[in-house]
Design a protein around this ligand. Structure first.
Ligand SMILES: [Zn+2]
Length: 171
């Protein structure tokens, strides 16, 4: 499995100067390092992971979101979710979401809000001249939705770097 930390750090459990600096800058999180190590171990048993890339890992109160390479989601999910179940066990998470890294807002959102839909995306010009995009999604009941709107906003920011506003369509 490809990760964003170096082999030395993955294998020794120590942090080299370069990786430590990235941790300080916030480009890398403690949680990501932990997940990268655990999944590299798991890779010995699950061969599908050996050709996959892990870009980031986010922990939102027991819900874990793995940001993976394009086309890699199925490698982390497996047949009928068998691999995802194993990963969940190893990471001890309540819920696991696999999102493929993508710079396209629509494709990232579709992965996050499925099975709900994007109704429209509009632009808002702010007083300081910057532009923000506002997304309106189809109504979701709290039970059905895997993530809250705030969590979706946070993940979008991490994956695409874009700060969005998100609303549910009022009926
Ligand atoms: Zn390192």
């Amino acid at each position: 499995m490809r990760t964003t930390i170096c082999d030395f750090c993955l294998k020794t459990g120590l942090l080299c100067a370069k990786c430590r600096e990235r941790l300080m800058k916030g480009e890398l999180s403690e949680f990501y390092i932990e997940v990268a190590k655990k999944l590299t171990d798991l890779e010995k048993k699950i061969k599908a992971l050996s050709t996959a890339t892990l870009y980031d890992a986010i922990n939102l109160d027991g819900k874990v979101i793995l940001i993976v390479g394009k086309g890699d989601a199925r490698k982390f999910i497996g047949i009928h979710g068998a691999i995802a179940d194993k990963i969940c066990k190893v990471l001890k998470c309540r819920r696991l979401l696999i999102i493929e890294k993508d710079s396209d807002l629509v494709r990232v959102l579709e992965q996050l809000i499925s099975p709900n839909n994007i109704i429209r995306i509009s632009q808002i010009w702010l007083p300081d001249g910057s532009v923000e995009r506002k997304v309106v999604v189809s109504p979701v009941t709290e039970k059905r939705s895997k993530l809250s709107l705030d969590e979706i906003k946070e993940i979008v920011k991490k994956v695409t770097g874009e700060h969005i506003r998100i609303e549910v369509l009022k009926s």
